[in-house]
Design a protein around this ligand. Structure first.
Ligand SMILES: [Zn+2]
Length: 364
């Protein structure tokens, strides 16, 4: 869990140690990309899964055993190959998905018994649509259980606008897009009491999922600052302290200024999904336009009617292109978050096994 937290957030010091790139693992075939970027940028990362992701959709809600196996062999094994620490996380879980959450926790507890750590490093509970008291009550109940196996909880407060994973909040009351310091304190007070409990709060400060026309989204990171001040005073901590670890949902399309401000006010994790989806797609789009004439038939291209096109339509070729653009987008993200070169891993030993041109493949 240490990769996720950082005390210092002054200008020069990289302050943010969490980036959440869920699209890579759950939706795309390429789950190596974020780990590669994490290694090359020496930046901390969280990989998350969503209930709507293909891997999980194949599993019955009550039975996360296949997930257990898959993740153990995928992310865990790959992370070891790259030599990078990865925080494994699950994203938004609303009240109707609690049976899924229970199944995951059972898998965590089984894994903990065997290995002394949970299968997932943390989970998110999104009960923001329920009354605040109920949201807090359920979070407390789960965090008490999770604290025993060193598993972190991310909870959501207020509403993240926009649309994602089939949840549409495009027409919510604008007021619900901004959390109040008193509400954040209520959550903090209840969760901070739990021994060994590690939690983060995804408070709403105007965030939306997705990317919209400029002007449609008004982020107010100052809300996080006011909450920190309010809570520090309530619990008797000195001025300038940041008792709450915040999460920034809907990082895609955000201004650098807002990102940096949010980090300064105690955001330790930013989610990015839409922009990495776009990056991945852009790579495929660019590949198609570059090799269009080689991608129309199995045989026959501008070099001759008998020339085979296998190496162009091999899906790994366009996926490679997709990965390259995704890596660029993620590198920018790490920079925005001031978390490049913070892991101290040194240069990777064999970077050629990931993004270099494949044997017999197209030039990068
Ligand atoms: Zn979210």
């Amino acid at each position: 869990m240490d990769a996720m937290t950082s005390e210092d957030s002054s200008e020069d010091t990289p302050s943010l140690a969490g980036l959440f790139a869920k699209s890579q693992i759950a939706r795309q075939l390429s789950h190596n990309t974020p780990l590669f970027t994490c290694r090359s940028a020496e930046a901390p990362i969280m990989q998350g899964l969503v209930m709507g992701g293909e891997i999980l959709r194949q599993c019955p809600i009550e039975c996360p055993a296949p997930v257990d196996e898959m993740l153990r062999y995928h992310v865990r094994a790959i992370a070891e190959q790259y030599g990078v620490p990865v925080i494994l996380h699950t994203d938004h879980c609303a009240k109707n998905l609690l049976p899924w959450f229970d199944g995951l926790l059972e898998a965590d507890e089984r894994y903990f018994e065997l290995h002394g750590e949970p299968l997932f490093s943390s989970h998110m509970l999104d009960l923001s649509e329920e009354p605040l008291e109920e949201n807090i009550e359920i979070c407390v109940k789960y965090l008490e259980r999770m604290a025993k196996i060193s598993c972190g909880l991310e909870m959501e407060l207020g509403i993240t606008g926009g649309e994602e994973d089939g949840v549409n909040n495009e027409d919510v009351n604008p007021e619900d897009l901004y959390s109040k310091p008193e509400e954040i304190y209520q959550v903090y007070e209840a969760l901070a009491k739990i021994p060994n409990g590690f939690f983060t709060i995804a408070a709403a400060f105007g965030n939306v999922h997705g990317v919209y026309q400029p002007g449609n989204v008004v982020l107010k990171p100052k809300i996080l600052d006011s909450a920190q001040k309010y809570i520090a005073e309530k619990i008797g901590e000195k001025e300038g302290s940041k008792p709450v670890s915040f999460v920034f949902h809907g990082g895609s399309g955000s201004d650098l200024k807002d990102i940096r401000e949010a980090v300064d006010y105690g955001v330790i994790k930013m989610n990015i999904d839409t922009d990495t989806q776009w990056a991945y797609w852009s790579g495929i789009k660019e590949f198609e336009s570059k090799y269009h004439d080689y991608l129309q038939t199995q045989i026959g291209n501008p070099d001759g009617p008998e020339k085979p096109n296998k190496k162009y339509y091999d899906p790994r070729a366009c996926m490679r292109s997709a990965e390259e653009v995704t890596v660029e987008r993620m590198e920018k993200c790490f920079e925005d978050l001031r978390c490049v070169n913070v892991l101290g891993l040194g240069p990777p030993e064999k970077p050629e096994n990931v993004l270099g041109p494949r044997r017999g493949g197209l030039p990068a």
